[in-house]
Write a protein that binds this ligand. Structure first.
Ligand SMILES: *Cc1c(COP(=O)(O)O)cnc(C)c1O
Length: 426
C-alpha cells in the first residue's frame, strides 16, 4: 500500500476498518478490558496472542470426555486422544508453508530447539561452530551454549555471534551471507531467528539456506516471531529444521505446545542421531511396547511423549481460524496495517523517535520496534495507563504489533494519539 493513500485521522481509520475483509474476526476474540470497561488497545500479539472465543468450548469438550470416559477417551473421545496431534498437522503445515510430513505440534519451543540440535548440530574435526545473531533471544542462546558444552567444546571457540554494523541495529542480510561464505567451512550449524524478536527484522530464509548448504552447513530457524505472522514457506526455503511456539501470533494460550519442522529430505533417515521417546515410534506398533525403537516417518519421529490434550485443543481451536482465513489474506492486511502504524508514527516528526524495524515490508512482519531516545520506562508506563498494551524492552524500545487477525486501523490510530500525548508530556 502506498503511503500517500493513508490519512492521519480517526474517520479514515474507521473507514479502513469498514472496508477490511477480515473485520469480522475481531469479534471472535476476547479483548482484555480496562477498569473503565473499555477494551485495551492490545498490540502485544507478538508476545501473547489473544484468546479465540471458540477455545473455551474446545477445552470443555476434552474435559467432558475425560470426565465421562476416563482412559477410554484415547479412542472414544469425540476427538480421540491417540491420534490427536495429527488433527492439527494439516492446518499447521499450511501456516508455515510445509508438507504435512514435515510438521508436528509437540513440546515447547526451547525443548524442540534442543531436540533439533541433537540431530543437526554434529560438530566434527574443523567444522564445529554455530552461527547465531548477537541479539538472539536469550533462551536460544542458552540452548546453543549448552549444546556446545554438551559436546565438550567451548562457546568461546564455537559460537559466532553476528553483530549489526556500528551505528546500526538490524543485521544486514549481505553480512549474514558474507559470514557464511567466508567462515562456512568452520560452521556446523547456522541458526537464526527468521523474524528477530527485538528488531522485528524478517530474513530471507531461502537465500541464507542456500549459502549455508553450499558451504556444507546445516541450517535451522527459530520461527517464534514468524509463525502465523509472515509467510514462511519452510519447505521451499530448504532449511533443515525450524521450531516455533504457538502462543504468540498463533493465539494458543500461555506456554502452549510448540511446533517443529524437519525438511522432507530427512524424513526417512533412520540413522540421524536423536533423542527419542515412545510417541516417536511408528504408530502401528507403538503399544506393543517391546520392539526396538522404530522411527515414524518425518518429523513425528522426534515426538517424545503423548501430548497434553488440553493445550493441544487450544492450538487446534486457533488453527481452525488460520485455516479459514489463510496466511495470504492475513499477510495482505498485515502489510497495510503495519504500514499505517509506520505512517502515523512518522507523521509525529519527532527526532527522539526512531523506528528500528526495516521500512521495507519484505523485511518485516506485523511488529514495529520504536526507539524513543532520551527517555526511560516512564513513557511506556504512561501509554499503558492510557489503555495500550504493548511491550517495553530496555533501554528504550517499545515493541508494537498490530495483528491482522484481530487488530483494527482504529487500534493503530488510538495508539498513535496516546503516544503523541505521552511524548508531549515528557
Ligand atoms: C518467545 C521466544 C522463545 C520462548 O521459548 P519457550 O521455550 O516457548 O519459552 C524462544 N525464542 C524466541 C526467539 C522467542 O521469540
Amino acid at each position: 500500500m502506498l503511503v500517500k493513500e493513508f490519512q492521519n485521522n480517526l474517520a479514515y481509520a474507521r473507514q479502513m476498518d469498514e472496508k477490511d475483509e477480515l473485520k469480522k474476526y475481531r469479534s471472535q476474540f476476547h479483548l482484555p478490558v480496562q477498569k473503565s470497561g473499555e477494551p485495551f488497545v492490545y498490540l502485544c500479539g507478538n508476545s501473547l496472542g489473544l484468546q479465540p472465543k471458540a477455545t473455551e468450548a474446545m477445552l470443555q469438550q476434552e474435559l467432558l470426555d475425560w470426565k465421562n470416559l476416563g482412559v477410554e477417551g484415547h479412542f472414544e473421545a469425540k476427538n480421540p486422544w491417540m491420534p490427536y496431534h495429527g488433527f492439527l498437522t494439516r492446518a499447521m503445515a499450511k501456516v508455515v508453508g510445509a508438507k504435512p510430513i514435515e510438521v508436528v505440534v509437540m513440546n515447547t519451543l526451547t525443548v524442540n530447539l534442543h531436540l533439533m540440535m541433537v540431530s543437526f548440530y554434529r560438530p566434527e574435526s574443523k567444522r564445529k561452530k554455530i552461527l547465531i545473531e548477537a541479539d538472539a533471544f536469550p533462551s536460544d542462546k542458552y540452548a546453543v551454549e549448552s549444546q556446545i558444552k554438551f559436546h565438550g567444546l567451548s562457546s568461546k571457540e564455537c559460537l559466532i555471534e553476528l553483530k549489526a554494523r556500528e551505528g546500526e541495529t538490524c543485521l544486514r542480510e549481505e553480512d549474514i551471507l558474507d559470514a557464511i561464505d567466508t567462515q562456512g567451512e568452520d560452521i556446523a550449524l547456522v541458526l537464526l531467528g527468521n523474524t528477530n524478536y527485538y528488531t522485528g527484522q524478517y530474513f530471507n530464509m531461502k537465500k541464507i539456506t542456500e549459502h549455508g548448504h553450499a558451504k556444507g552447513c546445516k541450517v535451522g530457524f527459530d520461527c517464534a516471531h514468524g509463525a502465523g505472522n509472515v509467510p514462511l514457506n519452510l519447505h521451499d526455503s530448504g532449511c533443515d529444521f525450524a521450531v516455533w511456539c504457538n502462543y504468540k501470533y498463533l493465539n494458543s494460550g500461555p506456554g502452549s505446545t510448540g511446533g517443529a519442522f524437519v525438511h522432507e529430505r530427512h524424513a526417512n533417515n533412520k540413522d540421524l542421531p536423536r533423542f527419542t521417546g515412545w510417541w516417536g515410534h511408528i504408530k502401528e506398533t507403538r503399544f506393543k511396547m517391546r520392539d526396538a525403537f522404530e522411527p515414524s516417518p518425518g518429523v513425528e519421529a522426534w515426538q517424545l511423549s503423548n501430548p497434553p490434550i488440553l493445550a493441544m485443543a487450544a492450538v487446534w481451536s486457533s488453527l481452525k481460524i488460520f485455516e479459514e482465513i489463510g496466511m495470504e489474506k492475513l499477510r495482505k492486511k498485515a502489510i497495510s496495517l503495519t504500514g499505517y502504524l509506520e505512517y502515523l508514527v512518522n507523521t509525529l516528526g519527532n527526532n527522539a523517535i526512531h523506528i528500528v524495524t526495516s521500512s521495507d515490508p519484505n523485511q518485516r512482519g506485523s511488529q514495529l520496534s520504536i526507539q524513543v531516545k532520551n527517555t526511560d520506562r516512564k513513557i511506556f508506563d504512561q501509554i499503558t495507563e492510557n489503555g495500550v498494551i504493548a511491550d517495553w524492552r530496555e533501554p528504550d524500545v517499545i515493541r508494537v504489533a498490530p495483528v491482522p487477525m484481530y487488530n483494527s486501523y482504529e487500534d493503530v490510530f488510538k495508539f498513535y494519539t496516546i503516544l503523541k500525548t505521552a511524548l508531549q508530556a515528557n
